[in-house]
Design a protein around this ligand. Structure first.
Ligand code: IMP
Length: 189
């Protein structure tokens, strides 16, 4: 099964969740260097766009994910634009700084990470969603992970995803929840 990603953190996270049940290959593993378009205006649209691209070019069962950080006080921003919030450079540091600046003075700091996975199996398309709710911290707390992990505190915890580390994150994260649904579905097939 191909996981349509170049993000080694994600591949590691998802492989750990699958516990060796499915042999995952990344874009690098299949020699795909293409710049796959992600121009839809929703997470669902982008996940489908990526999966369809690989299915059409390689004819192999595959899945793609798209994730956004949705902040209530910012009307759901950065959402589908999470990777490019501070500009086209996909710069996590700049993205976090912009988000913290936009949250200054806001008392409602509730937010959620939402992942949508699009699976194409034998030509059929399926969508799976995973959400983790939490809040945007006033200050960053470094550790493991990537992206907005240093400033997102999941509900039920007092620390950032980065500080909590991969072991905790992989159990409760948006991606873990969407992946659980995918794995359950694949197990039933
Ligand atoms: P993607 O489209 O799924 O790669 O996610 C878009 C952006 O959301 C990424 O570039 C990250 O900035 C952010 N993001 C996605 N997943 C996570 C996560 O698990 N932790 C922190 N940030 C994330």
């Amino acid at each position: 099964m191909i996981f349509v990603t170049n993000n080694s953190h994600k591949l590691q996270e998802v492989s750990a969740m699958l516990g060796g049940k499915i042999n995952l290959q990344s874009l690098r593993d299949i020699g795909c260097m293409d710049d796959i378009p992600e121009t839809a205006e929703t997470l669902e649209g982008n996940a489908l766009m990526k999966a369809r691209y690989i299915y059409e070019h390689y004819g192999t069962d595959c899945f793609a994910d798209d994730t956004g950080l949705e902040v209530i006080a910012l009307g759901g921003e950065p959402g589908v634009y999470s990777a490019r919030y501070a500009g086209p450079g996909h710069d996590s540091e700049a993205n976090m700084q912009k988000l913290l600046a936009n949250m200054e003075g806001k008392s409602d700091r509730r937010a959620q990470f939402r992942t949508v996975i699009a699976l194409i199996k034998e030509g059929r398309e399926y969508l799976f969603e995973g959400i983790v709710t939490g809040c945007i911290m006033e200050e960053r707390e470094e550790g493991e992970g990537f992206g907005y992990d240093p400033i997102f505190c999941p509900d039920g915890y007092k620390h950032s995803f980065a500080y909590l580390g991969d072991e905790v994150k992989n159990r409760i994260s948006h991606r873990a929840r969407a992946m659980e649904k995918l794995v359950e579905f694949l197990g039933r097939e």
